[in-house]
Design a protein around this ligand. Structure first.
Ligand code: CA
Length: 493
């Protein structure tokens, strides 16, 4: 039975934050958030952590959110057995930004990843490194997209200065970006050809790693980042069969593949008898695509925008040994993952950056409502947004000239009624907080959070074909990915 957790969150502590107009004050306020509760968990009881993320799956593209065509029995079962978030947010409206937020607990612009295909700054402190330092075995499987390379996914080179191993993953079977049927992948720098659906393959490889750790009774972090249902969309024949009379048969078919692989993962954990001590956190990296009319479940906007359709995604946490089934309207984001694990595992202060934009949502695990000390910030291109409970502040492109809108997402879920004239007090408070966030983010972006006071590694945002190291593989990889000619380059990351 699902028991609703009280929602309607309006931060009691917002007043504290809104008085902080200076960046330094904001920094101090944010820094105190996660270190408050240090509850070390004994080595024996340390839970396994599995983070699963789809690539471009919209909020509406799960059975339990009412998609008219798609059936996702395994995700539905997972949602019924864990915490199902009605309002879970990707930190960015495109892929690499959200991935950076998962690993750092910060809004992506702080971390060197303003948009897709940028390299995550090596000076950032990551959850994978923190868990490795805490005695966890760490593995990454699937799409990486934090090494500053654009273009269809190809094997990550052993010499890549930003491969997963540079951020604390001891094992990885990964590609640079999105991947599809029969992928050519990289096992810690060694190329390996796989056959079949990419989601199946990713979970099969993750399960090998998981079984190894379970057998050795070692706690583990497994990060499973699918390449589906991103383009190119090529589903297995049997996965697309039900949708053959639509224009999105392969797109939806790829989600059928994801769902099947989620079932395989959950069964694998049960077979190894570790499901009770394993936390599985599922989400997508950004909102849905407009090619499926039902991808965002009626929300406004799609991938690439800060409207709800661009950032609100499916979100589930399943942990049978600790979490009772529940559905919640409490807004949470991918920035909360690392702070929640810091809180849960009692990770030391030095394991993470001082400024974290996410906060621990661990109280939800016990059926309680967490209280946030500040809003959930978003920053993408020229836009900024701040979510505080049911309210959302959203800037237009002319933010400097007061171009802000305010929405009540509870009474106005499709963001059609701007309340900025009707609620000037709340508007002013949220703008103050958002502007402080923007200034703080710009300081981080300039490297002020790092001991060096600057960003050391040059930023990279290049097509892999233009990188000299890829020259020897140009023909092989171009054929393997069927890279479009420049004029036909994929528009989406
Ligand atoms: Ca994506």
């Amino acid at each position: 039975m699902m028991e609703p957790i009280v929602a309607g969150f309006r931060s009691k502590l917002l007043a504290i934050i809104v008085t902080c107009s200076a960046v330094a004050s904001l920094t101090t306020a944010l820094a105190g958030v996660v270190s408050a509760k240090e509850r070390p968990v004994s080595e024996k009881k340390r839970p396994n952590i599995i983070l699963v993320m789809a690539d471009d799956q919209g909020w509406g593209q799960v059975g339990y959110n009412g998609h008219p065509l798609l059936k996702t029995p395994h995700l539905d079962a997972m949602a019924s057995n864990g915490i199902r978030f009605n309002r879970f947010y990707a930190a960015g409206p495109v892929c690499s930004p959200t991935r950076a937020s998962v690993l750092t607990g910060r809004t992506h612009v702080r971390t060197g990843v303003p948009s897709h295909g940028h390299n995550l700054c090596l000076q950032e402190k990551t959850l994978s490194q923190a868990l490795k330092d805490h005695g966890y075995q760490t593995g990454h499987f699937g799409k990486w997209h934090l090494n500053g390379l654009r273009g269809p996914g190809v094997p990550i080179l052993k010499t890549d200065a930003n491969h997963p191993g540079k951020y604390g993953f001891t094992e990885w079977v990964s590609v640079t970006n999105f991947f599809d049927l029969d992928p050519l992948m990289s096992r810690q720098g060694k190329f390996e050809q796989f056959y079949g659906d990419s989601s199946d393959i990713t979970v099969i490889e993750a399960l090998k790693f998981i079984e190894e750790q379970a057998t050795a009774e070692k706690p583990f972090l497994a990060v499973i980042w699918y390449g589906s249902p991103h383009n190119p969309q090529r589903a297995l024949k049997e996965d697309r069969r039900e949708f053959n009379n639509t224009k999105v048969a392969d797109h939806l078919g790829e989600i059928v593949g994801i769902d099947r692989s989620v079932g395989r993962l959950r069964k694998g954990l049960r077979d190894l008898e570790i499901e009770k001590n394993t936390l599985v956190w599922y989400c997508s990296d950004n909102g849905g695509l407009n090619l499926d009319p039902d991808s965002v479940g009626g929300l406004r906007g799609h991938k690439g925008s800060l409207w709800e359709g661009g950032i609100r995604v499916p979100g589930i946490i399943e942990w049978p040994g600790r979490i009772a089934p529940a559905t919640t309207d409490f807004p949470a984001s991918t920035m909360d993952i690392f702070p929640t694990l810091i809180d849960l595992l009692g990770l030391p202060r030095e394991s993470h950056m001082e400024i974290l934009d996410g906060e621990s949502i661990q109280p939800l695990f016990d059926g309680e409502t967490p209280s946030r000390t500040h809003g959930i910030p978003f920053r993408y291109k020229d836009q900024a947004a701040m979510i505080d409970g049911n309210f959302k502040l959203l800037s237009g492109p002319n933010r400097d000239s007061g171009d802000w809108a305010l929405y009540d997402l509870k009474s106005d879920p499709d963001e059609s009624s701007d309340l900025s004239q009707k609620m000037p007090g709340l508007l002013a408070r949220m703008i103050t907080e958002a502007e402080a966030m923007v200034r703080s983010v710009e300081a981080s972006r300039a490297g002020k959070d790092y001991p060096e006071g600057e960003v050391v590694q040059p930023p990279r945002n290049a097509f892999w074909r233009d990188i000299p190291e890829y020259k020897p593989y140009l023909e092989k990889f171009t054929e393997a990915t069927k890279v479009p000619r420049p004029a036909e380059k994929s528009k989406s990351p």
